[in-house]
Design a protein around this ligand. Structure first.
Ligand code: HPA
Ligand code: ZN
Length: 322
């Protein structure tokens, strides 16, 4: 069946990574920037493997140059979310791409993003540092996050190349964010193994892990995640598109869930991976026979793990019931 109208929550969505290629092409044209090399003959984003994915991603962000560009981007992402009945989403946003981590500029970008609005979809932001830009830039990013913590900026996270540095190198940045009252998540166990997840939970003290799927290779870690209630933001379509797993059927999400780990489902960078929340649900139904009860359970886990305030959660909870 189609799960398009089923209400959904998405906790792991990179704002720039959610930009439709046509939107980025349009902006590039307006600004006379040549971004031809990042598109294939069908107009889709072009990359081969994770390293190239990150460089295509960063090249695409060159078209996003002003607060107004980010307002338009946010508006378009909200419209895409509404189309798939995503009633609540948390988006990763990076001061690196919004004025180069300058606090004054960052405030302007942030204000512009918050002007975007679509009825029935609530969006919150998680300020995200980029691992391969290094610990110093991560600290600057954390300071931007701390200064703008609010009921809209609800968390701090880290994406980027997982094989660069060790989690502990970023502990200071996470400390700054934690002290400002922000909730914490970090990518780990996507390309790295279980050791990367251990280091991330121990050194950064996060309550959610982006991906975390390689935890499945370490029974002690699976047990630890289940006992502590650390939530995995799983992105099966992303993992399949990037070759982390060959297919949905081989993806460990069902095994992790059945071992008691709290799992949620998101799209990561939907147009890059030719996915949507509806498609994720459809593939999970096909691979594991998941149905309405399973998707309700996913929503409940996501609602509990969301970084927003209790009043917002009540509103979201009502939307899930309709
Ligand atoms: N992993 C790491 N960094 C990222 C990703 C991802 O899937 N998407 C955008 N930045
Ligand atoms: Zn991600």
């Amino acid at each position: 069946m189609s799960w398009k109208s089923f209400p959904k929550i998405e906790l792991h969505l990179h704002l720039e990574g959610a930009a439709d290629p046509a939107f980025i092409r349009g902006l590039a044209k307006e600004k006379s920037i040549d971004l031809q090399k990042i598109f294939d003959e069908n107009g889709n984003y072009k990359y081969d493997g994770f390293g190239e994915f990150l460089s295509t991603y960063e090249a695409a962000t060159q078209a996003l140059q002003s607060p107004n560009d980010f307002k338009r981007l946010t508006q378009s992402v909200l419209e895409n979310l509404a189309e798939h009945n995503v009633v609540y989403a948390e988006a990763f946003i990076s001061p690196d791409f919004c004025g180069g981590r300058d606090l004054g500029a960052w405030r302007e970008y942030l204000a512009a993003m918050q002007e975007a609005h679509v009825a029935g979809v609530t969006l919150k932001g998680i300020v995200t540092c980029i691992r391969h830009f290094g610990p110093e830039k991560a600290r600057e990013t954390a300071k931007c996050a701390a200064e703008t913590a609010s009921d809209w900026i609800v968390g701090f996270g880290m994406g980027g190349a997982e094989d660069v540095g060790r989690a502990t190198d970023f502990a200071y940045a996470f400390d700054i964010a934690r002290e400002a009252g922000l909730r914490l998540t970090s990518h780990a166990g996507e390309w790295g193994g279980s050791q990367s997840v251990w280091e991330t939970v121990n050194d950064l003290k996060v309550e959610r892990i982006g991906h975390g799927v390689h935890s499945i290779n370490d029974l002690n870690l699976v047990r630890y995640l289940a006992e502590t209630g650390i939530v995995l933001e799983v992105n099966p379509g992303s993992n399949v598109a990037l070759g982390v797993f060959h297919s949905f059927a081989e993806h460990p999400i069902a095994k992790l869930r059945d071992a008691g780990v709290k799992v949620t489902v998101s799209t990561d960078d939907p147009p890059f991976f030719h996915t949507t929340m509806t498609r994720e649900f459809e593939e999970l139904e096909r691979a594991f026979g998941w149905g309405s009860d399973d998707f309700k359970r996913l929503n409940q886990t996501a609602l509990e793990a969301a970084f927003c305030d209790a009043t917002t959660k009540e509103i979201i909870s009502k939307r899930l019931d309709t």
